[in-house]
Design a protein around this ligand. Structure first.
Ligand code: ATP
Length: 142
C-alpha cells in the first residue's frame, strides 16, 4: 500500500512525524481525506478530531484547535495552533474550559449587562476546542 509522509507541528512542538496511508481532517469548507498522490492543496482548519490512518488500517486521533494543512507531492504538513494526542490531554482542564465556555455562551444569550463584555465567537471556539479534547479522550458529551 502506498504512503505519504505526515508532519504535524504546533507552536511548542512536533506532534507527529511519520508515513501514513490517509489523513482525514476538517477544513473550513468541510471534511477532507488526503491519500498519497493527492493534488497540492492549502486549507484552513477549524477545531476538530483529526484522524491519522496508518498502513495497517488502524487510526489514531488527534485534537486540533485550528491552523493550516499544506499538501505537496512529497508530504502533508499540518501547522496547528494547538494539537494533542490523547495522552497529552488534561481531561480536567478540558472539562473546566468546556464549562467556562458554556456559562459564557449562556450568559450572552440571556442578555443583560454582562452580554456587552462577552466575545461570543471566542467563547464558541473555546467550547469547540474543549469538546474536541474531551472527544479524543473518549468522553461522551451532551
Ligand atoms: P484553556 O482554556 O484550558 O487554556 P484553550 O482551548 O484556550 O484551553 P488553547 O489556546 O487551544 O487552549 O491551547 C493553549 C495551549 O494549551 C496549547 O499548547 C494546547 O496544546 C494546550 N492545552 C489546552 N488545553 C489543554 C488540555 N486540556 N490538555 C493539554 N493541553 C492543553
Amino acid at each position: 500500500m502506498s504512503t505519504i509522509n505526515l508532519e504535524v507541528v504546533s507552536p511548542d512542538k512536533k506532534v507527529f512525524s511519520g508515513d501514513i496511508s490517509m489523513l482525514i481532517f476538517r477544513s473550513t469548507d468541510g471534511e477532507l481525506g488526503i491519500l498519497p498522490k493527492h493534488a497540492p492543496l492549502v486549507a484552513g482548519m477549524i477545531p476538530h478530531v483529526m484522524r491519522i490512518r496508518q498502513e495497517d488500517g488502524s487510526e489514531s486521533l488527534m485534537a486540533v484547535a485550528g491552523g493550516f494543512v499544506e499538501v505537496t507531492p512529497e508530504k502533508i504538513a499540518v501547522l496547528a495552533s494547538a494539537a494533542e494526542v490523547p495522552e497529552e490531554i488534561d481531561e480536567l482542564r478540558a472539562e473546566q474550559s468546556y464549562k467556562r465556555a458554556k456559562d459564557r455562551i449562556e450568559k450572552f444569550h440571556q442578555g443583560g449587562v454582562e452580554k456587552e463584555s462577552i466575545d461570543i465567537k471566542r467563547a464558541e471556539l473555546a467550547l469547540q476546542r474543549a469538546k474536541v479534547r474531551l472527544l479524543v479522550k473518549g468522553k461522551k458529551l451532551d
